[in-house]
Design a protein around this ligand. Structure first.
Ligand code: HEC
Ligand code: HEC
Ligand code: HEC
Ligand code: HEC
Length: 357
């Protein structure tokens, strides 16, 4: 059965889609290699976190990507030599961390601390400064490019920039995944990626490392869960906005990529449809003003290709609503979610346990 969101796409036909070409939102920018310090600069103080990171696919893909047949095939279809996968910005901006070492650009790791927390050269000496009170050092570090986890939004934002692929041609021409199937923030953070090793101790100016990762407080999980939905929606709408390829052929049939999947825009439209369904159900229980506004906006925006400008405006507004929601809430009001959140699987947990054995 054709999902309702896709029916208007069929009617639209190929021609109208070409008109949207120039209105694309910006892609995820590569990290500025002059601001990255690399993983070793974190290890001296965040040893256990670096070790836990080393077991994640974010780290291990540095070794596997270059050898992977899939990467070679994608590179070749993207017009890149296999050895350019680690250096070309079109892959490195999501897969790798680059540093300037002795004046030369080098790819040093895959997805690193700084991919998520921001290039650290300007904030490393600020973020742990014992002489500045907590709110001041956070504000200073954030002003110098740190995505500090005290802000749910800052912590979560980077996930969607990479896991919702923002390059239509990469997907439609090379068969690269369009998105991470089933990405959900709490679930995908709680498994192999989780690295909460710091605790506040009375009398200490800064937090202290502990041996075991700490559980996330329930209220924090609720906030990650609800903010994640808004961010995901904004990024998926952006993805549809950047699409210019016709999702249907001349006969009105859905175009299939060689891997059997529908095209980029259609894959994202399906995610949008699923997110809207989940958000309506959540809203029925929780009455969140920002959810009400986001749902109303989506109801009045054509959620198909060929409407780049409307979609981009809506995506920006939902991004703003996500920031507003995260800033105004501490999660305490949403205890009704706990049973649902408890059922979320920890993504990659089996691998973490296997590595620990
Ligand atoms: C010289 C020691 C030191 C180095 C080097 C260091 N950190 Fe930290 N970091 C700390 C301390 C201490 C804290 C706790 C600060 C506080 O209580 O606000 C901290 C806090 C953090 C936090 C926020 C934790 C929170 O929620 O309060 C993040 C994120 C972080 N560091 C990331 C990094 C990254 C990434 C690097 C490497 C680029 C790094 N740090 C290098 C000592 C260090
Ligand atoms: C916008 C970010 C982004 C860009 C740009 C990007 N990738 Fe990816 N790539 C990802 C993410 C996220 C995944 C994990 C997807 C998943 O969860 O299945 C991935 C997965 C892959 C995989 C594993 C695919 C599989 O079938 O399991 C390969 C290989 C790959 N990318 C190669 C490349 C190459 C080569 C380039 C450059 C031509 C590139 N990627 C550009 C984000 C990106
Ligand atoms: C700079 C881009 C980037 C950022 C930021 C990023 N990821 Fe990833 N992530 C990737 C890529 C690329 C892969 C696939 C690596 C591979 O296997 O080649 C991946 C893989 C993963 C995996 C393993 C998937 C699996 O099926 O085994 C998890 C879990 C994950 N990411 C969670 C997250 C979470 C949660 C965040 C945010 C807190 C995040 N990622 C931020 C690029 C990124
Ligand atoms: C995939 C993205 C990602 C990567 C890679 C990553 N972090 Fe984090 N980090 C996060 C997120 C998201 C949080 C906030 C989790 C939460 O809600 O408590 C966090 C939290 C932290 C904290 C605070 C944890 C606590 O105990 O409260 C520190 C310190 C930190 N990261 C340091 C690092 C260091 C050092 C590295 C590299 C070894 C690293 N991070 C790699 C996303 C990432």
């Amino acid at each position: 059965m054709t999902p309702p969101i896709l029916r208007p796409i069929r009617l639209l036909g190929a021609l109208a889609l070409l008109l949207a070409a120039t209105l694309c939102p910006a892609q995820r920018a590569p990290m500025d290699p002059t601001h990255t310090l690399g993983i070793e600069s974190c290890r001296e103080c965040h040893d256990s976190i670096v070790e836990s990171w080393e077991r994640t696919r974010h780290a291990t893909s540095f070794g596997t990507m270059t050898k992977s047949e899939a990467a070679k095939a994608i590179a070749s279809l993207a017009g890149l030599k296999p050895e350019a996968v680690t250096s070309s910005v079109s892959c490195a901006r999501c897969h790798f961390t680059q540093e300037t070492l002795s004046g030369a650009l080098q790819t040093t790791t895959a997805v690193s601390c700084e991919s998520c927390h921001g290039g650290a050269s300007d904030w490393i000496d600020l973020h742990n400064s014992k002489s500045r009170p907590w709110p001041e050092r956070i504000a200073q570090a954030a002003a110098h490019g740190m995505h500090h986890p005290s802000s749910v939004l800052a912590a979560a934002q980077s996930c969607y920039e990479c896991h919702v692929i923002d390059d239509e041609q990469l997907v439609n021409q090379t068969g690269h995944p369009a998105l991470s199937d089933g990405f959900e923030l709490v679930s995908w953070y709680s498994g192999e990626v989780k690295h909460n090793y710091l605790v506040s101790k009375p009398g200490k100016a800064v937090k202290t490392n502990v041996e075991e990762p700490q559980g996330l407080p329930a209220a924090r999980k609720r906030l990650l869960f609800l903010t994640g939905k808004l961010l995901h929606l904004a990024h998926s709408l952006d993805a549809i906005a950047r699409s210019t390829d016709a999702p249907v052929d001349k006969a009105g049939k859905l175009v299939r990529l060689p891997n059997g999947r529908p095209t980029y825009a259609v894959q994202h439209a399906l995610v949008v449809q699923q997110l809207l369904k989940e958000m309506r159900e959540l809203q029925g229980k929780l009455s969140i003003p920002q959810y009400a506004q986001a749902l109303a906006l989506c109801a009045s925006t054509p959620l198909t290709t060929g409407h780049a400008e409307d979609l981009t405006t809506t995506a920006k507004e939902i991004q703003r609503l996500a920031a507003e929601f995260a800033a105004q809430n501490d999660g305490s009001r949403f205890a009704a979610l706990d049973a649902e959140i408890a059922k979320l699987p920890a993504h990659g947990q089996a691998k973490v346990q296997a590595a620990a054995r």
